[in-house]
Design a protein. Structure first.
Ligand code: NAG
Ligand code: NAG
Ligand code: NAG
Ligand code: NAG
Ligand code: NAG
Ligand code: NAG
Ligand code: NAG
Ligand code: NAG
Ligand code: NAG
Ligand code: NAG
Ligand code: ZN
Length: 747
């Protein structure tokens, strides 16, 4: 049996959380329906429950599938990508977004937080030979006539979010992707790292973790460049012209980005676990940000640095597998590791203005009949550059179309069954700041009320649908994508589902779902149209060339994929908000848990920490966990069947007038929905993961040393990686307890 104890502390937190926004109303506390009250009769929320107020579900779906319009999406894309909108630097876009949403008929406001953040003041990168400058980097991307925002006077310099100020001159070492293993390989080969600058290429792991490891090994700076060898087939070597003439990478393009330690905790580095409001106490930022300077550079400007390593130290091909050479051999780069000789050094200077400044989320809300069941939709608005036509504003354009569509339904008298909240986040790029602070701010309410969070970051940069989600949402995603026509009608009648590989990835990190999924235990999804294959035009991620001009020429010239992303989003939201029984599937969760455990067992086995104890013969450290998961599977199966039965009864009840029967059915459905709602929350472990306690979910977290990619059962995975058998037993026990608790929620 699930209980929702509203402790005095929770109540205090709750009232302070609601004090500052009139969107949610002052009487919000009254709206929270504790579990116990669900056992008594509850009146159906709709006048014609379960048909819905004002519009039938099928009329709503018609509106959501026919309203989004490519010309509108194009107009929104053009607006957001017309000028700089770095976190905390463009209030007018937040206000404009609020004004549009209000025009569409959705009550909205700008919600600020005061966060610790950096803006670039100055930088320098020079190669010195015998003290003389032999190469001075411009640290600029080329201004292209064909791409107007690449030449704006106030364009954003190339820099790293949360990078440290510093001015170092030192020898340097080529460190491949700068993964944990790459650095281990360097140490094993006896390469001197202390006091040196790391020259690493982008890719494989989150950039902040490259800097973190370099710093831990005593290195004094990090330079990260984009190697065309990681661009697949569409490269200059293969005869493709670079952007803007052709689809290959422009050699001057630079990937900006955050070097926060994303897998440690996201959000404002000085307020872990609580909201960054004016006057709150702040902690030192060094727990999640580097203290050595770093800069991102283009491959054009990496070439002289790499060439100067030719002949010095071992070459990359003589190192283990992941050290394959990059794509610059035709430029006389032999990928030697170095270190550079003492006479060859780099001067790396990075000057950042660290400040505490407001950022602005725009939040819209449509009150549903059930105020304690809430669906949240979010996309970030801030970008590293003036453009951002892919990341994130293809998602922003789609979100505006989603809200405009719901607005049309509202104008026809529709009221959703569940409350729907829309968010345009600021500060995502620095470290998911706007969404993390908001979740931390509204945590008690969200933990009580949130049913699901649906994130779209890069809504469109190609034609292939991709999705990551909590397993509870898998079936809902399949069902909705089956109902939406793809813009690709090579085979007539193809739906989004038909042209998709049907793979739903696990939740890692790297976008705004992180605080919802990993901190608050709210089942989340993240989707969009992305890379199709090795012959795609190169997407200039976090570069000036992720622009409107690129989008119109290569990304989505007709804006049909923007529109399709909007439809997937709104129809998924509608399915979650309108169906009498929340369309979750607990069986999928349980079977995913089994699958994830299989992969952990293999990992334990192949790392020599066999899950069969030698002394104990048949006794495995996962035996009890296996049993718990089996039990959860059986429980989930019968719970889903019960839920499906109620859903069928709700359909039959539709249009019939039998208040007594309807009331009873409604009460039963409320109970089931509350159980579904609380299931994901059961996977939170209050003490959090070892050494990174902000992360509370025992099943999903970003990999400690990968950042973007998700680890499943991070406690187990880290114990195995550390060779710590005691920790492995401890985490198997913790997870087992959590799985029993989850089974209890749906028993
Ligand atoms: C939503 O409902 C709350 C509580 O009834 C109310 O105070 C608030 O004004 C409503 N918000 C909107 C946008 O209708
Ligand atoms: C804010 O964004 C708008 C719209 O993209 C743009 O026109 C404007 O230049 C930006 N303002 C600032 C201060 O960067
Ligand atoms: C950075 O260090 C170099 C070499 O030590 C020095 O010449 C230069 O003036 C310094 N730059 C700044 C901005 O401090
Ligand atoms: C952060 O800095 C403080 C004070 O300078 C120091 O005591 C602490 O150990 C540092 N923490 C980390 C994680 O580096
Ligand atoms: C290639 O680089 C090496 C080392 O920097 C240099 O000595 C040589 O002249 C270069 N060759 C060409 C063809 O540029
Ligand atoms: C790389 O190093 C290996 C081993 O020292 C050597 O056999 C190989 O020729 C080198 N390759 C290049 C391109 O220098
Ligand atoms: C740093 O930022 C603060 C706050 O935004 C601003 O007032 C100050 O002028 C900036 N400093 C410099 C040197 O630009
Ligand atoms: C369109 O769909 C077909 C399969 O029906 C596929 O082969 C083709 O690659 C798709 N085109 C694009 C641009 O995605
Ligand atoms: C564990 O490893 C051993 C030896 O490598 C292998 O024979 C066995 O099949 C593995 N077991 C599992 C479950 O992976
Ligand atoms: C749940 O998902 C499984 C497939 O994983 C499917 O067989 C089952 O019918 C689904 N149940 C419901 C109620 O959707
Ligand atoms: Zn993004």
């Amino acid at each position: 049996m699930v209980v929702l104890p509203l402790t005095t502390l929770a109540l205090a937190l709750l009232s302070s959380a609601f004090g500052q926004s009139d969107l949610f109303g002052d009487d919000k506390l009254d709206k929270i329906v504790p579990w116990d009250s669900l056992t008594g009769p509850v009146n159906p929320p709709h006048s014609q429950w379960p048909a819905g107020d004002g519009l039938s579900y099928s009329d709503l779906k018609d509106i959501l599938s026919t309203t989004p319009n490519p010309d509108k999406a194009k107009e929104w894309s053009q607006f957001y990508t017309a000028g700089p909108h770095l976190a905390g630097q463009n209030l007018s876009q937040a206000v404009w977004t609020r004004d549009r949403w209000e025009e569409f008929g959705v009550k909205s406001e700008v919600v600020p937080y005061e966060v610790y953040i950096n803006y670039p003041l100055d930088h320098r990168l020079a190669l010195l030979k015998d003290g003389e400058v032999s190469f001075e980097a411009t640290l600029e991307e080329d201004v292209l006539e064909e791409d107007p925002t690449s030449g704006l006077k106030d364009r954003v310099p190339t820099f790293h979010g949360y990078s440290a100020s510093g001015n170092v001159t030192a020898q340097y070492v080529y460190c491949n992707f700068g993964t944990y293993t790459d650095f281990e390989n360097l140490v094993a080969a006896g390469i001197e790292l202390k006091g040196k600058i790391a020259l690493v290429r982008y890719g494989s792991v989150f950039r902040g973790l490259k800097v973190k490891r370099a710093q831990e090994l005593g290195m004094v700076g990090t330079i990260i460049y984009s190697d065309p060898g990681d661009d697949g087939l569409v490269t200059e070597v293969n005869g493709y012209k670079p952007y803007p003439e052709g689809p290959a990478r422009n050699p001057s393009s630079v990937q900006r980005g955050s070097v926060q330690y994303l897998s440690q905790f996201p959000g404002d580095p000085t307020t872990p676990g609580y909201a960054s409001k004016p006057g709150v106490p702040r902690k030192p930022a060094n727990a999640s940000t580097p203290s050595i300077p770093s800069l991102p550079i283009s491959y054009a400007e990496a070439i002289p640095l790499l060439q100067a390593l030719n002949g010095h130290g071992p070459n990359a091909s003589s190192f283990p597998a992941r050290w394959h050479k990059g794509g610059l051999e035709h430029k006389n780069v032999s990928y030697n590791i170095g270190p550079s000789p003492p006479s060859v050094t780099i001067n790396l200077m990075n000057l950042q203005n660290y400040t505490i400044t407001p950022i602005w989320n725009t939040i819209g809300i449509i009150n549903g009949s059930l105020s304690d069941e809430v669906i949240v939709l979010g996309n970030h608005r801030d970008a590293w550059i003036a453009g951002g036509a892919g990341d994130p504003n293809s998602g922003s354009a789609a979100l505006n179309e989603v809200i405009r569509s719901f607005g049309v339904a509202l104008s026809k008298g529709w009221k959703p069954q569940r409350t729907i909240v829309f968010a345009s986040w600021d500060g995502e790029e620095y470290g998911l700041v706007g969404s993390t602070e908001w979740v931390e701010d509204y945590l008690p309410w969200l933990k009580d009320s949130a049913v699901a969070y649906l994130n779209v970051d890069v809504g469109t940069r190609g034609t292939r649908f991709n999705a990551n989600a909590a397993p509870l949402l898998n079936q809902a995603i399949y069902e909705v994508t089956k109902s939406i026509k793809s813009p690709n009608q090579t085979v007539e009648g193809s739906t989004v589902y038909d042209l998709w590989d049907k793979h739903i990835g696990t939740m890692g990190s790297g976008s705004d779902f992180t605080a919802f999924q990993d901190f608050a235990g709210i089942p989340s999804a993240d989707f969009g149209f992305g890379k199709t294959g090795p012959l795609d035009p190169i997407y200039h991620y976090h570069s000036n060339y992720d622009s409107y001009a690129w989008m119109v020429k290569y990304g989505d010239p007709t804006f049909q994929y923007h529109v399709t992303a909007a439809k997937v989003w709104s129809l998924l939201a509608a399915s979650l908000s309108e169906k009498a029984v929340v369309p979750f599937n607990a069986t999928d969760y349980a079977s995913s848990l089994e699958r994830y455990l299989d992969s952990v067992k293999h990992m334990a086995n192949s790392s020599g920490m066999s899950y069969r104890d030698k002394e104990e013969q048949d006794v495995s450290m996962f035996v009890d966990l296996d049993l718990a998961i089996e039990y959860l599977q059986r429980t989930a199966h019968s719970f889903d069947a019960h839920a499906a039965g109620l859903a069928a009864q709700a359909t039959v009840a539709e249009g019939k007038h039998n208040p007594a029967a309807t009331n009873r059915l409604f009460a039963e459905i409320r109970a089931v929905n509350t159980q579904y709602k609380m299931l994901e929350r059961a996977f939170l472990f209050p003490k959090g993961l070892d050494g990174r306690s902000w992360f509370k979910h025992v099943v999903f977290a970003p990999g400690k040393w990968t950042g973007y990619a998700g680890d499943t059962y991070p406690g187990l995975v880290e114990a195995i990686q550390a060779g710590d058998k005691k920790a492995l037993y401890r985490w198997a026990g913790i997870i087992e307890g959590v799985v029993w608790r989850a089974a209890g929620v749906i028993s």
